[in-house]
Design a protein around this ligand. Structure first.
Ligand code: FMN
Length: 310
């Protein structure tokens, strides 16, 4: 069975976020309230192919059984490297592979990868076709266009003609970054296009979603899945099937769990971990003072000491 067709009547995904959704944070979300599917952070196919980069790439494909189903995301520009990486991912036991065609980071775009592929549609199509030869269902995550929203029709037609197993659309252009509201008004037209060109492609929408319940009307229209990224920063329990209030203790326990996992997987350095503290230490009297103290810590044991005083 096509991996993407098993989640009925709809499904949720934790968006891939570089520097955020690593093995530790994915497990934090799995403990809080898991989505139906996880994605890994994106990994460059050049790294996987080169002997020098492989250790780093393999680190990004490290998962725990509890995270399954999880889809690895890859990026790059050389079709044959996608095929080779996808073949290795299949051997590692992943059920599918996703290709990033939406990243706006200037270093990524400068190589022609990520959203840079929107400007080379023939290459984008070739990458999908070649990646498919590895035998895994190949999906694409992209944006509406590069500079202008009107590009969406031509760009998505190109992608859909390559018949990806699933297509995630962050409903903005590359140029819009995350600065304007996502273009939800286009969903009926996008669905019509998809059904005309590649009806079997599973459609996933993304951009500014805070709670799965808010998107029911798009599911009713025919969208198959929703993907939430930054919404987990505001509420790590956002994938809860029956949402409820979560108190300070629960959030602090979740932070303790995150600290334990960061240590367990020997992730480093310490400072990037501090970006997460706002998720847990928020919205209660004295939270900003505690956060301030946590920002001055230099190690996980020091952060634990601050929490122990609470
Ligand atoms: C810190 C950060 C890192 C991201 N890294 C990736 C990535 O590795 N791959 C990808 O496809 N998108 C990446 N994105 C984009 C998100 O997956 C998502 O498309 C975007 O944040 C919009 O969804 P949201 O409004 O639910 O956050 C990243 C976004 C953020 C904020």
């Amino acid at each position: 069975m096509n991996f993407w067709k098993q989640f009925q009547p709809s499904f949720t995904i934790l968006a891939p976020m570089e520097g955020v959704t690593d093995i530790a944070f994915r497990q934090v979300i799995a403990k809080a309230a898991r989505p139906d599917i996880f994605f890994t952070e994106f990994t460059n196919v050049n790294s996987y192919i080169s002997e020098k980069g492989r250790t780093n790439a393999l680190e990004r494909f490290r998962i725990e059984e509890t995270e399954r189903p999880i889809v690895p995301q890859i990026w790059g520009t050389k079709p044959e490297m996608f095929a080779e990486t996808a073949k290795a991912l299949k051997e590692m036991g992943f059920p599918a592979v996703d290709i990033n065609m939406g990243c706006p980071d200037r270093h990524v775009v400068a190589t022609g990868g990520g959203s840079g592929l929107i400007r080379t549609p023939e290459l984008a199509k070739e990458i999908i076709r070649t990646a498919k030869t590895a035998g895994l269902p190949v999906s694409v995550k992209t944006r509406l266009g590069y500079s202008c929203v009107d590009e969406w029709g031509d760009w998505l037609t190109t992608i859909l003609k390559a018949e990806p197993a699933a297509l995630t659309i962050h409903l903005r252009t590359k140029k819009e970054m995350s600065k304007v509201a996502a273009h939800y008004e286009l969903i009926p037209d996008i669905l019509a296009l998809k059904n005309a060109i590649s009806p079997e492609t599973v459609l996933i929408i993304n951009g500014d979603i805070e709670r799965p319940a808010d998107t029911q009307k798009y599911i009713d229209m025919g969208v198959d899945g929703i993907m939430i990224g930054r919404g987990v920063f505001h509420n790590p329990f956002c994938f809860e099937k029956e949402p409820r209030e979560h108190g300070r203790e629960e959030l602090i326990d979740l932070m303790r769990y995150h600290l334990d996992l960061y240590e367990k997987y020997e992730l480093s350095p310490y400072d990037p971990l501090k970006h997460f503290y706002k998720i847990y230490i928020n919205n209660f009297p004295g939270a900003s003072e505690i956060r301030d103290r946590l920002m001055h810590t230099k190690s996980i044991p020091e952060a634990r000491e601050v929490l122990a005083e609470l």
